[in-house]
Design a protein around this ligand. Structure first.
Ligand SMILES: [Zn+2]
Length: 303
């Protein structure tokens, strides 16, 4: 991929005119042992004319305390290098920050401030949360703590399930990256636009969807074997995902509209009322206006 794209405009290469965020590959780098230097990564990101880039980071999971500290130091050093060596200030610089807990994430930001790096970055990207995927509350605590510490835009790496998206936004995240839509399509699951449930393409009888992909391809086109069928399902899933996220973003300031928009997400959470909501409330991970709206709808379900 790197050799294929290096030096080419990524928008032209992908046929996609909207802003493109280039990750550093730190996550893959740390796992696959193919090591690139932070400068090589930065040069590559700038060479493809992306709109935002993330600094090279070293994930913290599965390492002992000494190794963890070493990785934190190197991740911070890379932020300094990116600030110093970047040549295009139009490209937004996202500093990758790490912490396995809210306290650790805040300490990381404190260290950026000690180095005087905080003013020179455009935004923060929270990494190292992927192995904690099911730890819904802990992830939101990290986002909330970072949001309380800084007013800069916050990206969350690798967390994007339909259950957690509304809460990431309420906790203060501005963006996140998703493989959900691609992952589902690889296993031939079509995401229902109304309920957001996954339906196997072979069990799908009709599609109630007016997205561009569904207008372009017939159901039988999506049944095509191999990556051809999967890519058509992915095109639909991607549109459902992006439409949901932009709808949520637009309604975030209006609890009533927001609640309507997130209903299918809430329906996916087991025991939301009895188990999840009280914890979110206690830890102040959701705004009081949302809780009030939720309570009033619960009292008058037909309203
Ligand atoms: Zn569709």
């Amino acid at each position: 991929m790197r050799r294929l794209v290096q030096g080419k405009d990524i928008h032209k290469f992908l046929g996609f005119a909207k802003p493109i965020f280039a990750d550093s590959g730190g996550f893959t780098n740390g796992r696959s042992e193919t090591h690139y230097s932070p400068i090589e990564v930065l040069n590559f990101q700038e060479s493809i004319n992306c709109d935002a880039l993330a600094t090279l980071d070293y994930p913290l999971f599965d390492v002992n305390r000494r190794e963890k500290e070493r990785r934190i130091l190197n991740t911070i050093r890379n932020i300094g290098l990116a600030i110093e060596k970047r040549t295009d200030k139009q490209t937004l610089l996202y500093a990758c920050i790490h912490g396995e807990t809210a306290d650790e994430a805040v300490r990381f930001i404190d260290r950026l401030e000690d180095h005087s790096y905080l003013d020179d970055i455009d935004a923060l990207a929270i990494g190292s949360v992927v192995p904690r995927k099911d730890q819904f509350i802990e992830i939101l605590e990290i986002v909330k703590a970072v949001r309380t510490r800084t007013g800069k835009p916050i990206h969350v790496f690798g967390i994007s399930g339909f259950k957690i998206i509304p809460f990431l936004l309420m906790a203060g995240a501005d963006s996140f990256d998703s493989k959900t839509f691609a992952h589902a399509s690889r296993f031939r699951y079509w995401i229902d636009p109304t309920t957001l449930t996954r339906i196997h393409i072979e069990k799908l009888r009709r599609r109630d969807c007016h997205c561009k992909a569904c207008r372009t391809y017939e159901l039988k086109d999506c049944l095509a074997p191999g990556s051809l069928g999967a890519s058509r399902i992915a095109a639909h899933n991607f549109q459902i995902y992006t439409e949901l996220v932009s709808r949520l973003g637009r309604s975030l300031s209006d609890p009533n509209r927001f609640l309507t928009a997130i209903r299918p997400c809430l329906d996916k959470i087991t025991n939301f009322d009895s188990r999840v909501l009280p914890v979110l409330q206690e830890k102040e991970l959701i705004p009081q206006e949302f809780v009030d709206e939720y309570d009033s709808e619960r009292r008058e379900p037909n309203n």
